[in-house]
Design a protein around this ligand. Structure first.
Ligand code: UDP
Length: 324
């Protein structure tokens, strides 16, 4: 048990992670600038012993008083709709934010943990993607701001490891879903559930044959905590995700069935550089962490649908009043 700094701690993954760390007895210092994170995600943590929240943009100088055992850098907008809305902030938090938080870890003698992404593989030409694959990224396309920021972040993290001897972990996170996703996040699972619950058309981009593999958030957090605490020699990035690959048409059908919705499918143009396929090779995680995802798709979607059922009427009301 120790004192852990979590950047992006009020975000979707970060907030689940803060909760899991507190549950296991760690002290948590949560940093977030609330650009995409939300206090609602961490409201239940404020009264808990060992939890501190600081509103801060880690793209600027970061300092946390007192001892720190782990620095977990999870701050970054991560949805494709953010790539067009706030591209510069994404580049800054992936580059400057990574540099600043690496500096904090070095000054404190802490272990550093970088949240990287399957997006470092771009539109992959091999499937499933092992960690040894170098990727197929368009650096100047709309997704390049996120992909290249994370590729830079990985390079910077490895440089601190090699040059300064910093103890580091890098996780490449594949598509993850669950409660606390933003209803207007723009990603496929939240979009389809919110549309299905609101009786609105399900927006399938392209012909819906592109694939992804979806990991339930509890499984992801379990693996993140294992990776944060495992011994890994040599240091190398580790893929985490659920290797069950589905097309977007399949996921639309599952969500329509589970919500009992009769929303029609509406086909929209495929966004630029949208990867045709994505599926993790999780051999390394199985081997090093003894981890495998446990939550089936229907169970995970069921929990996520229940979460959105609680908040969607309010989100729909807000959207309607904004339109008037
Ligand atoms: N997608 C879709 N309809 C939506 C949102 C997304 O068909 O309303 C597709 C998107 O084009 C992509 C896949 O779903 O092929 C996953 O998109 P998401 O934004 O969730 O994450 P990505 O894996 O692309 O980062």
């Amino acid at each position: 048990m120790g004192r852990v700094v979590v950047t992006g701690g009020a975000g979707f993954l970060g907030s689940h992670l803060c909760r899991a760390l507190l549950d296991r007895g760690d002290e948590v210092v949560c940093l977030d600038n609330l650009i995409t994170g939300s206090i609602a995600n961490i409201e239940d943590l404020f009264g808990r012993p060992g939890f501190t929240y600081v509103e801060h943009d880690v793209s600027t100088y970061v300092w946390v008083p007192g001892p720190v055992d782990r620095v977990l850098h999870f701050a970054s907008p991560a949805s494709p709709i953010d790539f067009e809305r706030i591209p510069i902030q994404i580049l800054k938090v992936g580059s400057l934010g990574t540099h600043n938080t690496l500096g904090l870890a070095k000054a404190k003698g802490a272990r550093y943990f970088l949240a990287s992404t399957s997006e470092v593989y771009g539109d992959p030409l091999v499937s499933p993607q092992p960690e040894s694959y170098w990727g197929n990224v368009n650096p100047i396309g709309p997704r390049g701001v996120y992909d290249e920021a994370k590729r830079f972040a990985e390079a910077m993290t490895m440089a601190y490891h090699r040059h300064h001897g910093l103890d580091v972990r890098i996780v490449r996170i594949f598509n993850t879903y669950g409660p606390s996703m933003r209803p207007d996040d723009g990603r496929v699972v939240s979009n389809f559930i919110v549309q299905a619950l609101g009786g609105r058309p399900i927006t399938l981009y392209g012909d819906g044959s592109q694939t992804r593999a979806f990991c339930y958030v509890d499984d992801m957090v379990d693996a993140l905590v294992r990776l944060m605490n495992c011994e890994l020699d040599p240091c190398m990035p580790v893929n985490l995700g659920n290797p069950e690959e589905l097309s977007m048409r399949d996921i639309a059908r599952r969500i329509l069935e589970l919500t009992g919705s009769d929303s029609p499918l509406e086909y929209r143009p495929l966004p630029a550089d949208d990867p045709a396929q994505r599926c993790p090779d999780i051999g390394l995680a199985r081997d090093k962490l003894g981890w495998t995802p446990r939550t089936g798709l229907d169970e995970g979607l069921g929990n996520t649908i229940r979460y959105f059922t609680g908040i969607v009427p309010c989100a729909l009301r807000e959207a309607r009043s904004a339109n008037h």
